[in-house]
Design a protein. Structure first.
Length: 259
């Protein structure tokens, strides 16, 4: 589903400015190897994770009982070769179902030249297809995983303005090309919102309660909202979540990158 207007461009640029201020203050926490779960340690991103327009749109699609698994900050610097190969999110997330949703929120323009996300419409109705791990140098994905034989002629470019978002299903085939423009492309991916029926079967079952009934997982661990940027509990939570996330995404792989 795209585009969905979440807020004005001015509001989005204000959030971008706060993120870049935090990036200058805590550069190690924003480097490409630590792009996951920033909503656990920075207030501005926690607020996005709980934004009513975003969560209302998710509720319209999956119902009122919602938790959040993790988040990813996607920054493509100007004139770089980083890309995202064709893939399905659910492939390595270790869930018992692919029925979860990921909003991708634009903090800058996301155009074809800037390497916006492309989607294969209707691909979420398929089962999870076989992926090949390439570990390609400029591939942003952990394993550089790629779905073979994608009919690119069916691809739709999800062009977004600042303050807009797209939402995609866990089985939707998508990817993005390098940013060939002269400005950064910044997007924040809330990966992913799900109902209590979707559970972790690889790694530990950890989540943040967003709305509705709380989860009752046997081995579940609830993550809490930060009280201020980089407070000690939130830093510990993020470290634990990142380690668990890495274990899940690299499960069964002999190669493990730093992110």
């Amino acid at each position: 589903v795209s585009p969905i207007r979440v807020m004005s461009e001015e509001e989005a640029y204000s959030i971008k400015a706060k993120i870049e201020e935090a990036e200058k203050k805590f550069p190690e926490d924003f480097n490409p190897e630590k792009r996951n779960n920033l909503h656990l340690t920075f207030m501005v991103l926690d607020e996005l994770a709980h934004n009513n327009v975003i969560v209302d749109a998710v509720e319209d699609l999956i119902g009122p009982d919602i938790s959040l698994w993790s988040s990813v900050m996607f920054i493509k610097d100007a004139s770089t070769n980083h890309f995202v190969s064709w893939h399905q999110d659910a492939t390595y997330m270790g869930m018992n179902s692919s029925d979860f949703l990921t909003p991708w929120f634009a903090l800058t323009p996301s155009t074809i030249e800037m390497g916006c996300m492309s989607m294969i419409p209707g691909s979420h109705k398929q089962s999870i297809r076989k992926h090949e791990d390439t570990f390609a140098e400029n591939n942003i994905l952990t394993r550089g995983q790629v779905v073979k034989d994608v009919d690119k002629s069916k691809a739709v470019d999800l062009i977004l303005k600042p303050g807009e978002m797209s939402i995609h299903h866990g089985a939707a085939i998508h990817g993005s090309k390098p940013n060939k423009s002269k400005q950064r492309r910044i997007g924040f991916s809330l990966q992913s919102y799900m109902t209590p029926s979707v559970e972790q079967i690889v790694g530990k079952n950890i989540w943040m309660h967003i709305r509705g009934k709380k989860r009752q997982d046997r081995d579940g661990m609830r993550l809490y909202r930060p009280q201020y940027d980089m407070d000690s509990r939130s830093v510990s939570q993020r470290k634990f979540a990142d380690e668990n996330y890495s274990h899940i995404l690299y499960n069964g792989s002999k190669i493990k990158r730093k992110y």
